[in-house]
Write a protein that binds this ligand. Structure first.
Ligand SMILES: N[C@@H](CCC(=O)N[C@@H](CS)C(=O)NCC(=O)O)C(=O)O
Length: 211
């Protein structure tokens, strides 16, 4: 199996963390979006990362890829079968991808990607505005959802992978989680990012990004 995409994308890191947690191995090709590579273009109709090639089967979108892998390797998966838990896992995956990402990418793109990778000026006012106005409701909501060690049930699920990887990009963008205001979320972030499935990836990214 080939997984295309740089891990600094929270969507790519979600799939990498999933694979590591499940003990699945990929040939990882760390390409950027829209790269001019025939195999990548065949796997990613929109040119977005991540994308997967498994033999002659191709698939784009982090959630689609995780669902595919979960169906292919069902034992000890990270998407629960119990209806209420499964519904919540899909909800948090969607919340991370469609609500957290737009708020976080303004920060990560303008404070990190543009200056550090593309050597261009970012729109720092837009990043500051997102940190001040868009991020606090996200943190407050997540804080209110955390009762135990994980977002859903008593074990790691796709919900945690989706949410924590959006938090990692916020962290790369200089947005920490204030443990006085959000004690459960701050502890959750520290706990999840210390898992071997993702800790090494984050350390490598910090080096790559000069953070
Ligand atoms: N819903 C997609 C989102 C993928 C996505 O937006 N990836 C970004 C990188 S973080 C990308 O490739 N953007 C390039 C573009 O939109 O052209 C997923 O879950 O994989």
């Amino acid at each position: 199996m080939i997984l295309f995409g740089l891990s600094v994308s929270p969507f790519v890191r979600k799939v990498l963390m999933y694979a590591n947690e499940r003990g699945l191995s990929f040939d990882h090709k760390p390409v950027g979006p829209q790269v001019d590579d025939a195999a990548f273009k065949a796997a990613s109709p929109l040119g977005k990362i991540p994308a997967l090639q498994d033999g002659d089967y191709t698939l784009a979108d982090s959630s689609a890829i995780v669902h595919y892998l979960e169906a292919k390797y069902p034992a000890n998966g990270l998407i629960p079968a119990e209806p209420k838990a499964r519904g919540k896992v899909v909800w948090f995956d969607e919340y991370a991808d469609t609500v957290m990402f737009p708020a976080g990418t303004i920060i990560f793109f303008n404070r990190v990607v543009l200056p550090k990778i593309r050597k261009a000026n970012g729109d720092l006012a837009a990043a500051d505005d997102s940190e001040k106005n868009k991020v606090p409701p996200l943190f407050a909501y997540l804080e209110s959802c955390l009762g135990g060690d994980y977002l859903v049930g008593n074990s790691l699920t796709l919900a945690d992978l989706s949410v924590v990887n959006q938090l990692v990009n916020l962290h790369h963008g200089g947005v920490g989680i204030d443990s006085a205001k959000y004690p459960k979320l701050a502890a959750y972030y520290a706990r999840l990012t210390s898992r071997p499935s993702v800790a090494g990836i984050i350390a490598g990214e910090k080096q790559f990004l000069g953070l």
